[in-house]
Design a protein around this ligand. Structure first.
Ligand SMILES: *Cc1c(COP(=O)(O)O)cnc(C)c1O
Length: 389
């Protein structure tokens, strides 16, 4: 049972498939949190060695937030409750779980910030060295946190796309495990478990609508795959309409969907967790939204900050701007009639910024600012415990 196959999907990216049947869904003997769904994950049906708890996040609502949105069926999937306070923790856990089983020494990733913080914390807990590539304008507090967790951090002057390319090349060249979001198919497998949880939390039922912040698109694709697999297993009737939400000041996927012009340069947004000018999975993300009869909406920074405040005031959830875009998007979607007030809608609240890490690093890491190039990486890491040959 739970035999996973790795195939090349229609968009040219690797994707796992299974022989879907009801028996793959959790039984009483299943693990805790995300591992509860391990028969629909590409790993052996055995306890994980990953030391931090992950998944099993609350599905919450309050009367006040329902009133403020004018939605009787509003729910919040509170993904701010993981070890590093973002939904990246699911992906980190599944990748490091595999790394621990296969004896990996170094794990690396590119990130706008949160995937890197999550990987740094997960690596510190698991005793695996971590190398990070971020754009040079990555939030300084996040960079500090990564280094404090023992990670070696490269701030890449040419920006996120260059950091991403360099991360891929470095991982291949130096034989590190590559966690890159949108590239490692495990990240989608891990993120789909949030949909399984929502289905269970709603009483074995899929909601009508789901709103998800979109950066590279992994979270949305993962959410879609989770519901598709529930349908394939015969336990859910339908995949919810998926509404992808982007910040108006960095909305390349929404622009493609709506056929609106893409500016030469996006002005940038407070929602740094989803500030991805050249997303990895644009076509795939758009396809998933189309298949569910969904849509894309964009929200202004002011609307995003309103949603942050609303989550705090009306639902006692501390969210970072990226995490609250889903609620800002849902609010707009109800105002324009895209979502009707009596539908069951779940907003994915994906992150809270800067956790208090649940682990201490064995040794401090370091931060380097470089122009994208393998030589600079090898030079900086010489004399550290990270092998670069
Ligand atoms: C990464 C992230 C997202 C979604 O990004 P994708 O790359 O589309 O998966 C949303 N919110 C937060 C807080 C994030 O860190």
């Amino acid at each position: 049972m739970g035999e996973a196959r790795l195939e090349t999907g229609v968009h040219g990216h690797e994707i796992y498939t299974y022989d879907y049947e009801k028996a793959l869904l959790p039984g009483t003997d299943s693990g805790a949190g995300m591992w509860r769904y391990q028969r629909l994950l590409p790993r052996p049906d055995e306890p994980t060695m990953y030391p931090l708890p992950v998944g099993g996040t609350p599905l919450r609502t309050t009367r006040e937030i329902r009133q403020r949105l004018g939605m009787r069926g509003l729910w919040l999937k509170d993904e701010t409750k993981g070890p590093s306070a973002s939904n990246k923790d699911r992906a980190t856990a599944l990748v490091i779980d595999q790394g621990l089983r296969t004896g990996v020494g170094v794990i690396s990733t590119a990130s706008t910030g949160n995937a890197a913080v999550s990987t740094a914390i997960g690596g510190a807990a698991a005793g695996i060295a971590v190398v990070i590539f971020v754009p040079v304008d990555c939030a300084p507090a996040k960079v500090e946190m990564m280094a404090a967790m023992g990670a070696y951090v490269f701030r890449v002057c040419e920006g996120y796309r260059a950091a991403f390319e360099l991360s891929r090349r470095a991982a291949a060249h130096f034989h590190w495990m590559d966690r890159c979001t949108g590239l490692n198919p495990l990240t989608i497998e891990a993120k789909k478990t949030a949909s399984f949880e929502v289905w269970e939390q709603l009483g074995d039922r899929a909601p009508d609508v789901v709103t998800v912040p979109v950066g590279d698109g992994v979270t949305l694709i993962g959410a879609a795959k989770g519901f598709q697999e529930l349908v394939a297993c015969g336990v859910a009737a339908k995949v919810p309409r998926l509404i992808g939400v982007q910040a108006q000041s960095c909305a390349p996927v929404a622009a493609r969907w709506h056929g609106t012009p893409v500016p030469a340069q996006w002005p940038g947004t407070v929602a740094d967790g989803i500030e991805v000018p050249e997303p990895m999975l644009t076509d795939w993300t758009i396809d998933e939204v189309r298949r569910t009869d969904g849509d894309f909406v964009t929200v202004t920074d002011a609307e995003i900050l309103d949603a942050v405040e609303l989550l705090s005031d009306a639902a006692q959830i501390t969210s970072e701007p990226a995490g609250a875009t889903s609620l800002a998007g849902l609010r707009q979607a109800t105002a324009t009639g895209l979502v009707s007030p009596d539908e069951t809608a779940v907003a994915w609240v994906t992150g809270a910024n800067l956790p208090s890490p649940p682990v201490r690093a064995a040794r401090p890491g370091a931060v380097f600012t470089i122009s994208a190039g393998l030589d600079a990486v090898a030079f900086a890491l010489a004399g550290t415990p990270v092998p670069v040959s």
